[in-house]
Ligand binder design. Structure first.
Ligand code: VGL
Ligand code: ZN
Length: 234
């Protein structure tokens, strides 16, 4: 081949590489997805005990399809699973005279009391997204003494191992969505940011327990430098 030919072939190869660059800002390889608490008990679809408004079958299907599509594109998918023992401190039923959504103080912490939900081994504690998509599932709220909205640590400060799992998988950025915006999504996104990950929350793939706390949660996350997007363009 003439030097000129070699140069054109080389330029062609370089050109193909440029065309193949992803157009999205988040590169699949170093970006992980955390699907938060997509469990029957949090959905209206499954008549959950702590069903969050808007979590009908259509919503769950959108989450399922988006998660499958992200996995297909090479993103590693992680999940959190609320996984409580029956005697868990967060259940109103375990505090005499208290009812769901009452707020109490325990050792200087605020504890919202919830209906009994996501009890280990029950049907509605199962994750509704295809479990084969997950690189890892982090179970939280297993200690009867502490609640754990965050997928990273519980209210007693015990770590779940999420940071190490993400780091072991070379994750630098995370996309977070699921239920509930104002509790577990917020706490997980905030702790991810505090652990040094760049965090994007997909608002359109989340639902919150209450409108006021949900609006507040979105503000708090933005103040932390977390990017809030309505949808992902896939
Ligand atoms: C959650 C309340 C209690 C959540 C979990 O997944 O947001 N909320 N347990
Ligand atoms: Zn819970």
């Amino acid at each position: 081949m003439k030097p000129m030919m070699i140069m054109f072939v080389a330029l062609g190869i370089v050109g193909v590489f440029f065309v193949m660059q992803p157009t999205t800002a988040l590169a699949a390889g170093r970006t992980g997805v955390i699907v938060v608490d997509m469990q029957g008990d949090f959905t209206t679809w499954k008549n959950g005990s702590l069903a969050v408004k808007g979590t009908d079958q259509a919503f769950v299907n959108r989450v399922k399809e988006t998660t499958a599509a992200l996995s297909q594109k090479g993103y590693l998918i992680f999940a959190t699973q609320d996984w409580h023992p029956a005697d868990h401190v967060s259940f109103a039923a375990n505090h005499s005279g208290k009812k769901p959504f009452d707020v109490i103080r325990i050792d200087n912490r605020t504890q919202v009391l919830w209906p009994v939900h996501c009890v280990q081994g029950t049907a509605n504690a199962r994750i509704l997204v295809d479990n084969n998509l997950f690189q890892a599932v982090v179970q939280k709220g297993r200690d009867p003494r502490f609640d754990s909205y965050s997928g990273f640590q519980d209210d007693g400060g015990a770590k779940t191992g999420m940071t190490e799992i993400l780091k072991r998988n070379h994750i630098q950025d995370v996309i977070v969505y699921g239920i509930a915006t104002d509790y577990c999504v917020k706490a997980t996104a905030v702790d991810a940011a505090d652990a040094g990950f760049h965090v994007t929350v997909v608002e359109g793939l989340c639902h919150g327990v209450a409108p006021d706390t949900t609006a507040q949660a979105l503000k708090e996350m933005e103040a932390k430098g977390i990017r809030i997007v309505k949808e992902l363009d896939l």
